[in-house]
Design a protein around this ligand. Structure first.
Ligand SMILES: Cc1ncc(COP(=O)(O)O)c(C=O)c1O
Length: 451
């Protein structure tokens, strides 16, 4: 028997343990279907998907080309292992990713989630130093960044730096060198960029003999609240890692797949990392698939006679899943067919115009944008920058108002995030930003007049 709406509601609250959610105060939002950049809930409400279903939808929901690619693949095979076995769709995808990614990032290790791609990258870098041409097995440590987020597994929280998520797990985490990262919000960010590169250089100069890799979210620290790095920092990190013979792992789980305006975030600064991680948008946000894509230098270090035991002993049951691969192939096709990247500058500009208006609001402390990623930071006092009391959850209140007015967004504390599918229309951007402006007014200024 089909469950009633009430049953679904009750079961969702009782049986489903939602991620990053205090279940004691969880109120269900149950999506029944979706169309383009809109979600449709069980009440029949249409909601603009303002955060692309957790930063991953690219071409919209139920895109005909991606739908039919997945269906066609279903007609062949849904899953085969990639442990000693392959399938044609996944092979084609690997070749295509190798061709698309910059430099000699040619070797694709498929996993299921962003965090698992990062885990692979961390281990790939570690083992590389044991068996590369000039081995340095003492390279066992990492440089990570304060407030960086790479997932929620033990390895990724170790290299990550979001204390408020991880404090309780400290005893499980391995130690890393954790450095601050420059923030475009600082008044003199060019100087700050240089200063932070100098700090990185000092750490590398002192410890490079024991450091395997630097792990970085290129351009934007996502989960930290969309903290954006000044131009030149990523390039500077790449130069220093080369200078000190340390690998660079670029976590493009959030910024990859067109999000910054180029297919990969690293291309914004002409950077080629040693390992590039993709997730989220890789399948257009359709199915779980991620990848750690390694350079030829790293790949070569893993080749040898069977008896040398140089292979990477790591795998995920669904790594390289053919259905996900079909969705990813179709996603790349749609990038070409719809000229998705060429259409972004107008959308980016439209968001920028809305942001500049929002920036005049007395309770907006900062607005920031990198391509199709935007953030609006709510504060108590714009002049002093004083924060709002976090327990009052103003960010959440803004999103609740938006939900009641046709927009689904999810905040990061008091930071309102705008990260729609790349396929969003200018009209939808206008609607979305107008609702957000109203919501901020409602929550921070005059609730009564807007009701
Ligand atoms: C930069 C970055 N890396 C890794 C992850 C983890 O990805 P997943 O949630 O798919 O494990 C995320 C998720 O938000 C992310 O933003």
């Amino acid at each position: 028997m089909t469950p009633t709406k009430q049953q679904l509601n009750d079961w969702d609250k009782h049986y489903v343990w939602h991620a990053f959610t205090q279940m004691a105060c969880y109120e269900p939002l149950i999506i029944e279907s979706a169309e383009g950049c809109e979600l449709i809930d069980t009440e029949g409400r249409r909601l603009i998907d303002g955060v692309s279903s957790m930063w991953c939808n690219v071409h919209g929901h139920r895109h005909p080309a991606i739908d039919s690619a997945v269906k066609e693949q279903l007609g062949k095979v849904a899953h085969v292992t990639n442990l000693g076995c392959s399938n044609s769709t996944t092979i084609e995808l690997a070749k295509r990713l190798a061709d698309l990614t910059p430099g000699d990032l040619d070797h694709v290790f498929f996993c299921s989630d962003g965090a698992s791609a990062l885990e692979v990258a961390i281990k790939l870098a570690f083992q590389y130093w044991h068996q590369c041409e000039n081995p340095k097995p003492q390279k066992t440590s990492y440089i990570g960044f304060e407030d960086a987020y790479h997932g929620d597994t033990i390895g990724t929280i170790s290299v990550g730096g979001v204390d408020r998520f991880n404090a309780v797990f400290k005893p499980l985490m391995f130690p890393v060198h954790r450095l601050p990262i420059p923030d475009r919000r600082t008044p003199n960010f060019a100087t700050s960029c240089q200063h932070h590169l100098q700090t990185l250089e000092e750490t590398l100069a002192k410890h490079h003999e024991s450091i395997a890799a630097v792990v970085i979210e290129p351009l934007v620290l996502g989960a930290a609240g969309m903290i954006m790095q000044p131009e030149g920092y990523l390039r500077g990190v790449r130069e220093l890692t080369r200078k000190y013979n340390v690998l660079m792992i670029a976590d493009e789980v959030a910024v990859g797949m067109g999000r910054t305006g180029t297919m990969f975030g690293c291309q914004q600064e002409d950077v080629v990392p040693d390992i590039l991680c993709l997730g989220k948008g890789l399948t257009g946000g359709y199915l779980p698939m991620s990848a750690a894509i390694a350079s030829t230098e790293i790949w070569n270090a893993y080749l040898g006679d069977y008896a040398e035991a140089k292979q990477l002993c790591h795998g995920h049951t669904f790594g390289g899943n053919p259905l996900s691969a079909a969705a990813a192939m179709a996603t790349l096709d749609v990038f070409e067919q719809e000229d998705t990247l060429a259409k972004l500058p107008d959308k980016i500009e439209c968001i920028a115009q809305h942001l500049s208006r929002l920036n005049e609001h007395p309770h907006v402390g900062n607005v920031r944008q990198y391509g199709m990623i935007a953030a609006i930071e709510l504060v108590k006092d714009r002049q002093t920058g004083e924060h709002l009391p976090w327990t009052e959850r103003h960010g959440n209140q803004v999103c609740q108002y938006a939900l009641d007015h046709g927009l689904w967004i999810r905040p990061l504390g008091d930071v309102i995030v705008i990260m729609p599918p790349l396929a969003i229309s200018i009209e939808q951007i206008d609607t979305m930003c107008q609702v957000i402006a109203q919501a901020i007014d409602y929550v921070t200024l005059n609730r009564a007049s807007l009701q």
